[in-house]
Design a protein around this ligand. Sequence first.
Ligand code: CAO
Length: 243
Amino acid sequence: IPPIPAVDFSQFGEIEEKPMGRLLKVGAMNLHRSWLNVPHVTQFDEADITELEKFRKSMKAEAEKRGSKLTPLPFILKACAYAMQKYPQFNVSLHPDGDKLIQKKYIHIGFAVDTPDGLLVPVVRDVDQKSLWELADATADLASRAQKKKLTADDMKGGCFTISSLGSIGGTAFTPIVNAPEVAILGVSKASIKPVWNGSDFVPRQMLPLSLSYDHRAINGADAARFTAFIAAVLADIRQLLM
Ligand code: CAO
């Protein structure tokens, strides 16, 4: 690709050169590699999480008693694992020889953690087999170790899919970069109350924006729309996780 020309910025004003830390450099290389290799498409949807939020708030005292914090993330992890079981084409990697797909039979999901040194993506193993409490505790432990630079290389290996949640910060949508060799990543933005038409009236509902970027070599657009709509439907009625 044509290189961006070097510019002497000091001719325009005061500057300072700052070294890039190791994590930033590794992250930049991974993101660039995925950006160049993967034909990205992003599918947007919204989940009505009004009932989920009622349930989550009703569990607040129980969570405190257990020493856990129940954020939307464990529910989103669980919904993604359920969707990957229903749509296994999201749990593949392209074989490097270019003529096979590798179907994974396990469901390990990474989640992006923002740290002062850069982005880290620890992986929660066997998400489909863990309870919401176990997922809450596993994500809290991994996020806290990420902040303290205590993650091991194994903590960041083996992911099948990634969740990038910017929901506690803000935004209505974004286009996450697929964490190759995975084939899809779910971006989550900030939930907000919106007027939703129920057939006769506008009613206030809490809506969670979802942005699914996927590798169009492995996944077609109709499947991406179905997968994202399925995640939204499961988050709208988490009783489906019992089915
Ligand atoms: N909408 C509205 N509120 C949300 C939300 C959403 N989508 N997601 C979380 N929140 C709320 C939580 O419920 C919590 O509020 P309460 O205490 O009232 O319940 C608050 O925001 C803070 O949540 P949190 O950040 O402690 O926990 P989390 O599980 O949502 O997120 C983690 C954990 C590790 C994902 C997050 O801390 C983080 O690092 N996010 C950044 C990820 C990132 O950088 N992605 C970009 C990658 S690409 O460059």
